[in-house]
Design a protein around this ligand. Sequence first.
Ligand code: FPP
Length: 221
Amino acid sequence: MDGNGRWAVSRGLPRVMGHRAGIKSVRAVVEAAREQGISYLTLYAFSVENWKRSPREVDTLMRLLSEYLRRELPNLMKNGIRLNPIGDLKGLPAGVRERLRRVVETTRPNEKMTLNLALNYGGRFEILQAARRVAAEVKAGKMKPSDLDEESFRRFLYTEDQPDPDLLIRTSGEHRISNFLLWQISYAELYLTPTLWPDFGKQDFFNALVEYQRRERRFGA
Ligand code: FPP
């Protein structure tokens, strides 16, 4: 969800106002995905690298996140959406963790769509923690190294039994992956758009889906 900072600065506003404006796009895209019957949507809200930003910006992002979780819970329930945070959640402030815990618990029975929220997320770290857990299982004698294959390894990832993403959208003209779902996006179609995240609405999301439908996916075949 890139381009919040630039959106604000180009209007002479502080960067944090861009994140605030970005929430509107979060709502629009979650709603659009749900309307289209998409089963899994992942939003990259905070990376392990984002702690390098100013304390004020980090603090605002955490507050916006808490506010979003508090305000959106009724909407998630109404629309049958389950919240599934992914990332190193232990590193988040206690207040955010507590709010996440409540929303996860309340939305657990919902089955229409899973909303993965990537928080303190890093793709390399995700693979590392999976490797550590596999090593621990082997050490405990619960698993042999030869038991490990792509199918069994994926169960140690945050996304466990979810299908791999079909489509990866990146806004604001960036052409990088930036440590996002490194294992899972092996065959994802990339949709790169110059639109800044706060300007990205329902129609932009539909345009991305239409472009995706035009692609021929070969999975190496
Ligand atoms: C990247 O844009 C965006 C982020 C680091 C944060 C995204 C967060 C939100 C949209 C709001 C909170 C999220 C939820 C789910 C409630 P940038 O700041 O790097 O923009 P720039 O590239 O223009 O500097």
